[in-house]
Design a protein around this ligand. Structure first.
Ligand SMILES: [Zn+2]
Ligand SMILES: [Zn+2]
Length: 399
């Protein structure tokens, strides 16, 4: 009897640690569907439930942020918000994202604590909650198990997902993602438990205190400037889930939704090279572009690597990237264009172009044929050959 793919229990490893289900060993993978209203006979139909408390919080935050344009404030308050915004962005990009969610490098305790502090500035949920959502997003991208499933459109993937109850598949499949590495850290547990108080202290009270007591600005100016800084950073982060899953090129893997977009790459401190990132989630640079190109998080990590606080920086090799581009890219990468130029005759060029156009599939229409996905270094589903090919810079001493 052919097993129903929806009923096969997905389990990465058995009790002995052997991989039992992934595409490469031929075992059928249980995969969530993309359309939330797609139910099988006998299944409870999905009903979207709005969480009105979150709607009102979001409305209030946006109104309070916009009020900054009608509130006179000192230059010092603006500069404090800019500085705090930069630290918060590093807290998310270098901390919650590249270090904790993807294990793309290792950090010593000092750097871990610094990044947890910075991450709290951004007010984007505790590290544990942020990472859980993000690992599920990578593992089951753009399906019902993805908290911000971009198959449900721009608004849902941008902020709508925060205004309604999660689809039942998020909980079902999310429970299969290992979080043990972070849940055993007492500082992360502390941050998770006392998150609201820590946010009130770190994200709001400290900058407001500096602006009002040290520089003498008004409470209203300092308060609204900080809310504006938080809301602006939210929209930049949310754009990675919406814009970078809808518009842009797919130079590395044309059959997935994530895209590479310059503007998000720039605004989100290098997090917008999202097609690359979904293919190589364990790469600490989240991009293959040279010279820190629009990627303010790489110099941050490199600085701490130079200091000896960051080690085991994982990177995809040029050869690995080139192979992938030729195998599954959409033809927009400079390597693909270089290859195309090597073709001698106009007819060969035309054939190549036609082939690419004909092969170009619409990732929205693909059902059931998923590329192997994993959330980062440490996921059992990364193929052995890929682990062997990872370049590791600044290896931890003693290894
Ligand atoms: Zn994504
Ligand atoms: Zn990621």
């Amino acid at each position: 009897m052919v097993p129903d793919p929806y009923d096969v229990v997905f389990k990465s490893t058995d009790e002995n640690g052997n991989v039992v289900a992934n595409k490469s060993n031929g075992v059928i993978r249980d995969y969530p569907r993309k359309n939330p209203y797609d139910t099988k006979p006998g299944e409870k139909p999905y009903v979207l439930e709005i969480v009105w408390r979150n709607v009102f919080i979001m409305l209030y935050a946006h109104c309070a942020a916009l009020k900054v344009f009608w509130t006179p404030c000192q230059l010092s308050t603006i500069l404090i918000a800019v500085g705090y915004g930069i630290l918060g962005s590093w807290g998310i990009a270098a901390g919650a994202h590249r270090l904790m969610a993807h294990k793309s490098y290792k950090a010593n305790r000092n750097l871990q604590l610094l990044l947890i502090f910075f991450q709290t500035i951004a007010l984007q949920n505790s590290c544990i909650e942020w990472v859980r959502d993000h690992r599920v997003h990578h593992k089951y991208s753009d399906t019902n198990a993805d908290p911000h499933n971009a198959s449900r459109g721009f608004f849902f993937s941008h902020m709508g997902w925060l205004l309604c109850k999660k689809h039942p598949d998020v909980r079902k499949y999310g429970s299969r993602i290992s979080m043990a590495d972070l849940e055993c850290d007492p500082v992360l547990r502390f941050q998770h438990k006392y998150y609201v108080w820590l946010v009130l202290l770190i994200s709001l009270s400290i900058p407001i205190f500096i602006s009002t007591y040290i520089f003498g600005d008004t409470f209203s100016a300092a308060y609204h400037m900080n809310i504006f800084r938080i809301v602006l950073a939210w929209h930049i982060t949310w754009s990675i889930n919406s814009v970078s899953h809808i518009w842009g090129n797919r130079p590395f893997e044309k059959d997935i939704l994530p895209t590479d977009t310059f503007i998000i790459g720039f605004l989100a401190f290098g997090e917008g090279w999202h097609n690359f990132h979904h293919v190589y989630p364990w790469d600490y640079k989240v991009s293959e572009l040279p010279n820190y190109y629009c990627n303010f998080t790489i110099p941050f990590i490199d600085f701490f690597a130079w200091l000896g606080w960051a080690t085991d920086l994982k990177m995809a090799s040029d050869e690995m990237i080139r192979k992938r581009i030729m195998k599954s890219g959409d033809g927009t990468h400079r390597y693909s264009i270089e290859e195309a130029k090597k073709k001698k005759t106009a007819k060969e060029l035309l054939d190549l172009f036609n082939n690419k156009v004909l092969q170009k599939s619409n990732p929205h229409e693909l059902e059931g044929d998923f590329a192997d996905t994993y959330w980062g270094y440490g996921d059992n589903d990364i193929p052995e050959e890929e682990i062997k090919d990872i370049t590791i810079l600044k290896p931890t001493k003693g290894k």
